[in-house]
Design a binder for this molecule. Structure first.
Ligand code: NAD
Length: 420
């Protein structure tokens, strides 16, 4: 299994980041191994009756990285490129993120290899329900709590909640987060990840002595995270000049009307053809001059071939794992880009998921203002701890973020000791 995981380029990347920081922390060999490898790797198959009468068998995975700090928490992804290695890498990053934010969770991630854009809603529902049924013995509101990720949504979470609650014989709202507000979802959860990205981008703009009113941004990905990050940055006065999704990329030097684009993209299943901007090559868009570059789609999009060409001041990593270690080295050597590493930058999602779970367990409801204020307080505190650590030890922001997260997990493992 070790070899199989290490064959995945995404897992290799997560493992390499971990080893580099573990060396810096001089982590003891036994703790290092326990922190690195996932505790549980679960693979299930789901046969689904498709609309055309065929039965298709889908593969799904859930990886629970470690259980030392509480239940595990992490998104569920539907994408054609999903494999066990990618899911394990995403679960490992979730660990460091939850620990960095001091949330009482271990990291997890789930994924089903499928193309939701090519499936009807009915087929997606059957697939989700079957996955929830197969994974039922391994999840629970005190065990493993899922949330939306790429290709999944509030609706996906509602189906999982329904399957779980039906089997349990009672409503179990804390089994998933990022669910509809009507099903005890939290106010502000849908916007939380993008809101957090925009909040931290503004804090970085401030640290660099710039102002929102004179700043510009480029956003790759216009799904949940990218669209709310773009919208919140635009509200804060940042000019969003470039936006792309899987259908194409757009450019408007005077700023794109993000609300109009949201309506257009919903009606046309993508941003391509939006009349309020010109089309641009998606790769070219990433290397246009801007203050804040926000990759909010896939992993490994900032790589050795484009890192030297980036013309941004701030790289706000809304996606998980958007920057390869080779690109990281180039960015470090350049020294002119302020990196908001993924484990901090997109932590707004899991933080408000935590708030949602707490509200569910307490049968309580907080207002959107309360949720977003609490979110900003936790993000601000993690941001300051990260800057302090990076400044003190003269390391990059990514190294500081990972070191803070890994230290928390390693300390808990050391204190708990080893069973039996
Ligand atoms: P989503 O499915 O809502 O949106 C993904 C977007 O990426 C879509 O607009 C899609 O068209 C676009 N995309 C796909 N391939 C692309 C390509 N080749 N070029 C440009 N755009 C492309 O997913 P999401 O929930 O917004 O997640 C995006 C990223 O943020 C993922 O890395 C995810 O793991 C991460 N993330 C999400 C959350 C959350 O709360 N949803 C929280 C933390 C991190």
């Amino acid at each position: 299994m070790r070899e199989r995981l290490l064959q995945s380029p995404v897992f290799q990347m997560a493992a390499e980041q971990f080893e580099r920081v573990a060396d810096l922390l001089e982590l003891d060999e036994s703790i290092r191994e326990r922190c690195k490898w996932p505790k549980r790797l679960i693979t299930v198959t789901m046969p689904v009756h498709m609309d055309d009468g065929r039965t298709e068998v889908f593969f799904g995975h859930r990886v629970q990285h470690h259980l030392s700090r509480g239940p595990v928490k992490g998104g569920l992804r539907f994408h054609p490129a999903v494999d066990l290695g990618e899911v394990a890498a995403l679960a490992m990053w979730m660990n460091w993120k939850c620990a960095l934010m001091r949330l009482p969770y271990g990291g997890a991630k789930g994924g089903i290899t499928c193309d939701p854009r090519a499936m009807s809603l009915r087929e997606q529902e059957k697939l989700t329900r079957r996955f929830a049924a197969e994974i039922f013995p391994f999840i629970g509101e005190e065990i493993d709590i899922m949330a939306p990720d790429m290709g999944t949504s509030e609706q996906t979470m509602a189906w999982i909640l329904d399957v779980y609650s039906t089997h349990a014989g009672r409503l179990v709202p804390g089994i998933v987060t990022g669910k509809p507000v009507e099903l005890q979802g939290s106010a502000g959860r849908k916007e939380a990840t993008g809101h957090g990205v925009a909040f931290l981008a503004s804090r970085a703009i401030d640290k660099l002595g710039l102002t929102n009113g004179s700043a510009s941004a480029i956003v790759q990905g216009f799904g949940n995270v990218g669209s709310y990050a773009a919208e919140t940055m635009a509200w804060a006065g940042i000019k969003v000049k470039g936006i792309s999704d899987v259908t194409g990329a757009l450019w408007n030097e005077n700023g794109i009307d993000v609300c109009a684009l949201r309506e257009f993209a919903a009606a046309n299943r993508g941003v391509a053809g939006f009349p309020g901007a010109e089309a641009i090559d998606p790769e070219e868009m990433l290397v246009q001059p801007c203050d804040v570059l926000v990759p909010a789609a896939l992993e490994r999009v900032i790589h050795a071939n484009n890192a030297a060409q980036l013309k941004c001041r701030i790289l706000a990593e809304a996606a998980n794992g958007p920057t390869t270690p080779e690109a990281d080295a180039i960015i470090d050597a350049r020294g002119d880009i302020f990196v908001l590493p993924d484990v901090l930058c997109n932590a707004g999602g899991v933080t408000v998921s935590y708030f949602e779970w707490v509200q569910n367990l307490q049968r309580f409801h907080w207002s959107e203002r309360e949720v977003l204020t609490k979110l900003e307080t936790l993000l601000e505190s993690a941001f300051e701890r990260l800057l302090h650590y990076a400044g003190d030890r003269q390391v990059s922001n990514r190294t500081a973020a990972l070191a803070l997260g890994i230290t928390e997990v390693a300390e808990v493992k050391k204190k708990r000791g080893l069973f039996p």
